[in-house]
Write a protein that binds this ligand. Structure first.
Ligand code: ADP
Ligand code: MG
Length: 355
């Protein structure tokens, strides 16, 4: 097993800078998820760790070994991609045992490794099938099996589930997490799916345009995003932002929106009179029991069975609210809402940073 130390790692193609000095530690045994929008440099970073891409500057330590120039095959890293190229004419058994076979391991050793991988991945009943006789999820498990038998120090995953349908993705994400709990091998997992990141990660690293925006546990990032980018990227439905001005007066801080709506906020370093944007997660709205909250103009009601999703506006800004209760307001009516001030995030209107 091995952790990673990444120091000021940079990548450029000619004059194009793709990664701008990434500092990151991956602890031994950790499940770390890299998330960010398409093109932000996730795959590039992963490929640099694997040794498939040159490092322009900075340091990559795998375990206690400075590994910048180390050939990929000497890194003891396994990488799983989005498209898993299985050998179509070979049985599952042969697909999984392919690596050990070309390394000329003994038949007994190969059998033992394949057996163990099949047990870990629940593939016992399929060992004699060929890939076309398997479902998408089973094929993905065979691809995993091929990497497990290598007993790597580190697994790298590049959006391995994005070709699967929604239901299978949910199932595979649970299986992968269980696999990590069982193997306890360090895993770095790239995705652009925030639910995958939230549910699987020990720690999430949010990337944007070749930089790390924030790293922390899923709930740390969800509860205390350092800026609007992280706040808007994690959470579904996403947080909405309402512009306004901070007012302190003599009581607790509050925000006055453009149309004069008053929303109390929690601790903030914002100065009185400072332009801010407040961010509120859809599930944090409550009906004001006495009707003296702020006005929410309801436009569309979507019952999902377990929740009620409302679309409407606060101070002219489009806001989606999610309630656990079965509400049935008429479209075009107004609700009075409140939010626990501690759950209102305050961001600097200029920089987008949490203040
Ligand atoms: P992600 O995986 O986050 O979607 P990538 O790491 O694949 O992003 O790409 C990051 C950026 O690097 C993109 O703007 C992409 O166009 C650019 N890029 C990737 N590979 C090359 C290359 N071989 N030459 C030039 N630019 C590249
Ligand atoms: Mg990518």
């Amino acid at each position: 097993m091995a952790g990673l130390q990444i120091k000021q790692l940079a990548k450029s193609y000619g004059a194009m800078n793709i990664l701008h000095g990434i500092d990151l530690e991956v602890r031994d045994g950790e499940f770390l998820v890299l998330i960010g929008p398409s093109g932000c440099g996730k795959s590039t970073l992963l490929r640099m760790i694997a040794g498939l891409e040159d490092i322009s500057s900075g340091e990559l330590w795998i375990g206690d070994r400075l590994s910048n120039g180390l050939p990929p095959q000497q890194r003891n890293i396994s990488m799983v991609f989005q498209s898993y190229a299985l050998f179509p004419h070979m049985s599952v058994r042969k697909n999984i045992g392919f690596g050990p076979k070309i390394r000329r391991e003994s038949a007994a050793a190969i059998d033992a490794k394949v057996g163990k991988a099949a047990e870990t991945l629940n593939l016992h009943d399929y060992l004699d099938r060929v890939p076309r006789q398997l479902s998408g999820g089973q094929r993905q498990r065979v691809a995993m099996g091929r990497t497990i038998v290598r007993e790597p120090d580190l697994f790298l995953f590049d959006e391995p589930l994005s070709n699967l349908d929604a239901k299978l993705r949910v199932q595979m994400r649970t299986e992968l997490k269980a696999l990590h709990q069982q193997l306890k091998t360090t895993m770095v997992y790239v995705t652009h799916d925030q639910i995958e990141a939230m549910t699987m990660a020990d720690r999430i690293v949010v990337m944007n345009a070749g930089r790390i925006e924030q790293a922390g546990s899923p709930l740390e990032l969800y509860d205390k995003p350092v800026n609007k980018f992280v706040a808007g990227f994690l959470g579904s439905p996403a947080m909405t932002f309402i512009p306004g001005t901070l007012e302190r007066g003599d009581g607790a801080p509050k925000v006055r929106t453009d149309n004069g709506t008053i929303i109390p906020v929690g601790d903030t370093t914002a100065a009185s009179g400072q332009p801010v944007e407040i961010g509120i997660r859809p599930e944090h709205y409550r009906l004001a029991p006495d009707g003296n909250g702020f006005a929410y103009h309801v436009e569309v009601i979507e019952p999902t069975g377990s929740e009620t999703h409302l679309f409407g506006t606060i101070s002219g800004v489009a806001v989606r609210c999610v309630f656990r209760d079965r509400l049935a307001p008429e479209p075009g009516t107004q609700l009075s809402l409140t939010v626990d001030p501690a759950k209102v995030h305050v961001f600097d209107a200029k920089t987008g940073n949490r203040i």
